[in-house]
Design a protein around this ligand. Sequence first.
Ligand SMILES: Cc1cc2nc3c(=O)[nH]c(=O)nc-3n(C[C@H](O)[C@H](O)[C@H](O)COP(=O)(O)OP(=O)(O)OC[C@H]3O[C@@H](n4cnc5c(N)ncnc54)[C@H](O)[C@@H]3O)c2cc1C
Ligand code: SF4
Length: 478
Amino acid sequence: MGDPKGFMKYLQEGPKRRPVDLRVLDWKEFYKPFSEEKLQNQGARCMDCGVPFCQSNQGCPVVNLIPEWNDLVHRGRWKDALKALHTTNNFPEFTGRLCPAPCESACVLGINSDPVSIRIIEWNIIDKGFDEGWVQPILPVSSSGKTVAVVGSGPAGLAAAQQLARAGHIVTVFEKADRIGGLLRYGIPDFKMEKWVIDRRLEQMKIEGVQFEPNVNVGVDLDAETLCRRFDAVCLTLGAEQPRELPIPGRELKGVHLAMDFLTQQNKRNVGDPILDEPITAKGKRVVIIGGGDTGSDCLGTAHRHGCVEVHQFELLPEPPPTRADSTPWPVWPMQLRTSHAHEEGCDRQWSVSTTKFSGHNGNVTKLHANPVNFENGKFTPISGTGLELEVDLVLLAMGFTGPVKHGLLDSLGVTYDARGNVAVDENFMTSRDGIFAAGDTKRGASLIVWAIAEGRKVASAVDAYLNAGNSLAASRS
Ligand SMILES: Cc1cc2nc3c(=O)[nH]c(=O)nc-3n(C[C@H](O)[C@H](O)[C@H](O)COP(=O)(O)OP(=O)(O)OC[C@H]3O[C@@H](n4cnc5c(N)ncnc54)[C@H](O)[C@@H]3O)c2cc1C
Ligand code: SF4
């Protein structure tokens, strides 16, 4: 700890967001730069406490060496900080921009003050590392000659692929979309993370030997058994792409869309790709977003940038308390109201609302019908006589995901599922089929980037151990 009084000398500070009226005019990231001197002071706020809860299982899932790099940043030893950061996290540029930072909710300083700005420090270490040319490919010492297929190129697949390539295996990443990156590429809007951030990391991975095969829907373009024959091990990192639906009257009307269709189209537009499906835009429209989570917030920011005339966000659950709920004491991830950068751009937020019907004219949605509800003992009960109606032109369904898509690849592989419908694995991340592993949202259900990276790293170690023990999918068949 470079400055034992740092937490008393410096208040918590972070980069400011660009003004709302300017940032909604473009798709660029919404934060302003933050000076190096201020970052060094923020690093000094870390108390290097005896038990760093930021690294505990309530804190950082990749177990980043947070007190170490806070101290190194405070001392201006950025290159050493980068080295420490990369020992636990393959992609701090993704988590530094996008992680909700459970580490900060578990920071000891946060008990009676503002926690250390861990995420911002992480982000700046890696961006400085790239700017200075310190992030270089790491080539394997020798090749094992063993082949691994990674199916799905989100953060879990990318972390697994990078670790396995560095361990000397021959890794191919298959991706059904036309570009690599999973939800980082086609879910998360540019104003949260511009896509060059993914591309510069992919360049490093290509030099390290990872082969990328986009436009291959495994289970359709390449059948499951051929995949198993061609590779010594298979790693399933397919995400949890099954959207939660809203099967109510009027769902089929034009203008009612799944959030991911809306977000994917915009990410494609931003790189100049043609939109082959019916274009979905919020321009000049009255918009309702159903679902109060991250995906809903991303739809909100996107709707503003399209130029919607008004936007509402409906959530079924009751409004959370403004500060940490008693049921989630420190260092647990707090249940509390979160107001995102997108909410700052404007939104009518309503809680405890259950949408019951859409009605329309000439096949287009024109009205949303809903009921306020009470939530008691795990049950929602409509409050009688209080139905509401809203004129609407575009409805975006952002109610989360129910798990991985089973029909197709997973069902044809015959892997078993856990009670929540995700792919079941043993303590070595192996599915019910020998040599076939799973990680990330496919295995844990819709989650976070940091968990995907953490599991990508763990599954890579398990695959490496399996191959080094002389196992292979081919051997398991004989
Ligand atoms: C809109 C949105 C915003 C989010 N924002 C955040 C955020 O700000 N911070 C955060 O921490 N988390 C966020 N998340 C969650 C986070 O993106 C996911 O938890 C994370 O991306 C999961 O990583 P993954 O690698 O398991 O799967 P994914 O990122 O979903 O990647 C899976 C990939 O597998 C591919 N695939 C599927 N089936 C096949 C097949 N048969 N053949 C070939 N390829 C296939 C898919 O096309 C996809 O590219 C967000 C999620 C959404 C939907
Ligand atoms: S990855 Fe997330 S939880 Fe871990 S240190 Fe970074 S911001 Fe915190």
